[in-house]
Write a protein that binds this ligand. Structure first.
Ligand SMILES: *Cc1c(COP(=O)(O)O)cnc(C)c1O
Length: 380
């Protein structure tokens, strides 16, 4: 089976992880801060907070922005459930904004209309979470401008998009957001096995996320709310979790960062090759906005809904590990129980009825890609 995505691990990665295993620190040592500096520098962000998953990063980002009971978070329906679940962890309520039919990311027009109605009703969201689907940035200038107008905070879910650019600058520089979150799950662009990270330009948000990542405990006397008992003293000043990334994970991530540019370049080359080789088939190929350079986490084709399922099954049968990103979150049973129903977000639902993710990853050879193209050509 040719998978739709897979990690790339080389000798340097193995050496980096082995060195940590032979060192003094398996957790809370020098590798995590070094990885944070590398990602922050890549993105042009002042701060980076590494954690054990993007799901955790979304949670601590919501916590840092003060999301709580009675608050609202809006995201898009065609995302992984974690983009919405982070609100529920905080006791807040979720709603969705439909996607636009070009980038398949949060639609600024739909957002603008929904914000105007929400302002009238006195029910504005505290946080919105645009998702950079497949590695292509959402229209962040428009989304950021709307957020500023209405006093709404923005978390970018860039789980797909490390290495991508928007208006010529790296995704993660938070020019139009408060916080930007990345995932390092093995199918994503670079991996730490499990892992995630949040960037921000705001030192207070960074510190709040650091506290939330590790039990809300500080050893800094200036942050303590009562006098320390002695030099051994630590103080819990907030409620946090154990969301820490291990040293092995950070060392792997740091080693992978050395290849980020090469990894994104190869993905872009493979995507351009698909564009060429699939051009004559009855498919909709992924559209790219002029102001973005995707990191190409996914290559999603769209087919006639009438042949969607049979094509999916036939490709799996042919050893092509196709996948579907994403089942609209509002149609999940857990969300339907909150009152959501099919029909509420037609663009996301139409995308779901047509989308297929075909294999795309750094180690995909031209020959394997040709097999995917041949299977699609035969079946269509
Ligand atoms: C992968 C993913 C997540 C969750 O990432 P983890 O690191 O597995 O927690 C969140 N949002 C999106 C859009 C994703 O693709």
């Amino acid at each position: 089976m040719i998978p739709y995505g897979r990690q790339d691990i080389n000798e340097a990665d193995l050496k980096a992880v082995e060195a940590v295993l032979k060192s003094d620190y398996l957790t809370q040592g020098p590798a995590v801060p070094a990885f944070e500096v590398a990602v922050a520098q890549w993105c042009g962000a002042a701060h980076a907070v590494a954690v054990n998953s993007a799901t955790s990063a979304l949670h601590i980002a919501c916590m840092a922005l003060g999301l709580g009971a009675g608050d609202l978070l809006w995201t898009v329906p065609n995302t992984f459930v974690a983009s919405a679940n982070c609100a529920l962890y905080c006791g807040a309520t979720v709603d969705f904004v439909d996607i636009d039919p070009v980038r398949y990311t949060m639609c600024p027009t739909a957002l603008s209309e929904k914000l105007a109605a929400a302002a009238k009703a006195g029910r504005l969201p505290k946080v919105i979470v645009p998702v950079h689907l497949c590695g292509q940035s959402a229209d962040m200038a428009a989304i950021g401008a709307l957020a500023r107008t209405y006093g709404v905070r923005v978390i970018e879910d860039a789980s797909h998009a490390i290495g991508a650019t928007y208006q010529g600058r790296p995704v993660g520089d938070c020019r139009h957001s408060d916080i930007c979150v990345f995932s390092f799950h093995p199918v994503k662009i670079i991996t730490t096995a499990e892992g995630g990270l949040a960037t921000t330009q705001d030192p207070a948000l960074a510190r709040a996320m650091e506290l939330a990542r590790s039990h809300g405990i500080t050893r800094d006397p200036s942050e303590m709310t009562q006098a320390p008992d002695g030099p051994w003293y630590y103080q819990q000043i907030a409620l946090g979790y154990n969301y820490r990334m291990t040293e092995m994970q950070a060392a792997l991530g740091l080693s992978q960062m050395d290849r980020l540019a090469a990894m994104v370049a190869r993905r872009a080359e493979l995507a351009a090759r698909y564009d060429r080789l699939l051009a004559a088939l009855p498919l909709t190929l992924p559209k790219q906005a002029a102001d973005t350079a995707s990191s190409w986490h996914l290559y999603v084709i769209q087919v006639d809904p009438a042949r969607h399922r049979t094509l999916f099954e036939a490709l799996r049968q042919a050893g092509i590990g196709v996948n579907l990103h994403y089942i609209p979150v509002h149609t999940q049973p857990y969300y339907r129980a909150m009152g959501f129903a099919p029909g509420m977000f037609p663009q996301a639902e139409s995308y779901y009825a047509r989308a297929l993710s075909i294999p795309l990853y750094f180690g995909l050879t031209d020959a394997a890609q040709d097999q995917v193209v041949a299977a699609l050509t035969r079946l269509l």
